[in-house]
Write a protein that binds this ligand. Structure first.
Ligand code: 0PR
Length: 383
């Protein structure tokens, strides 16, 4: 580090120059990300309230109230009134919190806790497994890339403490049979967590599309918690995740008390300590500004583009989609090249796509437009 700093303009110029190599969403080249260009209102809110630390809640009681309001608006999307929880750093923190809560809820007699999870789980579950000393019991996916409830029931042992399902899987955006799994969780009195980090901001806004998806609703009994990420389809800047619990008791299970804060005594129910109040306010502002109609419009455009891509790629002899998508995520393969070779070729043409063992993943986020997809399809034809 230099003794004497550079002038501001020079530092900003240096950054500009250094960052030229990074991709940006506006280029339309990022086809494999679950994040997107944040909505302008969120950026304004973030800039204005950047200093707020909701980790010292007594300093910002109004922000605390607004967080509760945002959680209630999110809960309301899934028929949960009132809702409990926090705006956190992302899906990883939310999922870890859910597993931690489940562990705290489990009978003390269970010394080797097991959690039933889908093979399609996000790798944050593995982080939770390691941190919390759990054993994940992986349920293989059926031909629709979903968990089968009958297999789940067979996997339950005396050590099982919970079941997790996914609503919008990382690899293919598939939705597990949520209600059937809830029935099992209810029957065996198990904690049931739904990872809707991606699907949470999509499923309530699908409207009258022909997609026949399971209902994501707290109106049926059995659900304990839900991950829903504003920094994915919620249009919020990073970091913004959400954890929602069905009861106050669950939302307080991992609370740690703190006595000395400048705003007075508090209790943290999140993993991070110092926490962005601005992120919380941005999530609230987006929900208020976009409303259901605004999110419905965003989701309907991304779904239209998804359908367009599926139709167009099906016309190409050399390619095949893995499965008809549930949400705005599509997996495809080539008949000519193994999938990793195909990814290399696509990437060499300047497209950022995700590579899974079985397929290439495209996520039709709001920054992806038809002209980008047409260019992408043209490149695919040429391979
Ligand atoms: N649950 C699901 C179903 C997810 O897909 C993800 C992340 C998480 C939880 C964890 O969320 P955080 O990353 O917010 O902690 N899914 C994306 C993925 O793995 C994350 C991502 C986003 C990766 C943008 C790359 C990227 O460019 O694809």
């Amino acid at each position: 580090m230099r003794e004497l700093g550079f002038p501001e303009t020079q530092v900003l110029q240096q950054l500009n120059l250094k960052l030229e190599r990074d991709l940006n969403f506006e280029s339309g080249r990022i086809l494999g990300s679950m994040c997107t260009l944040p909505h302008p209102i969120a950026n304004k809110v973030i800039l204005k309230y950047l200093e707020k630390n909701i980790g010292d809640p007594g300093l910002c009681p109004a922000t605390v109230e607004i967080e509760q309001d945002a959680i209630n608006m999110l809960g309301d999307l899934f028929d949960l009134r009132p809702a409990y929880g926090s705006i956190v750093t992302g899906g990883t923190e939310a999922n870890i919190l859910a597993f931690w809560t489940a562990k705290e809820m489990a009978p003390l007699s269970i010394t080797k806790p097991e959690f039933i999870v889908p093979e399609s789980m996000h790798f944050s579950f593995v982080k939770a497994e390691k941190m919390l000393n759990l054993k994940l019991v992986r349920i293989p996916l059926n031909h629709k890339y979903k968990m089968d409830e009958k297999v789940i029931e067979k996997a339950i042992t005396e050590n099982t403490i919970g079941i997790a399902a996914v609503a919008g899987s990382t690899a293919l955006g598939m939705v597990d049979p949520l209600e059937e799994i809830a029935q099992i969780a209810y029957k065996y009195k198990l904690y049931y967590h739904i990872d809707a980090a991606f699907g949470g901001y999509v499923m309530p806004f699908l409207g009258n599309t022909k997609k026949k998806l399971p209902q994501l609703s707290f109106s049926y009994p059995g659900i304990s918690s839900l991950t829903i990420d504003p920094h994915k389809m919620g249009m919020a800047p990073i970091p913004a995740g959400g954890i929602i619990y069905t009861s106050k008791e669950l939302s307080q299970k991992v609370k740690v008390a703190v006595h000395y804060l400048s705003g007075g005594k508090a209790a943290h129910a999140t993993i991070v300590g110092t926490r962005s109040g601005a992120s919380v306010l941005a999530v609230w502002a987006l929900l208020k500004h976009l409303g259901k109609r605004g999110y419905r419009e965003i989701v309907s455009k991304t779904m239209e583009l998804t359908d367009y891509f599926v139709k167009q790629i099906s016309k190409l002899d050399d390619y095949e989609i893995l499965i008809e998508p549930d949400l705005n995520v599509v997996g495809f393969v080539s008949r000519k090249y193994p999938v990793n070779e195909l990814a290399n070729i696509i990437r060499s043409k300047g497209w950022a796509v995700s590579l899974f063992k079985t397929h290439i993943r495209i996520v039709f986020m709001p920054h992806v437009k038809k002209e980008h997809i047409d260019m992408f399809l043209a490149d695919l034809k040429g391979i």
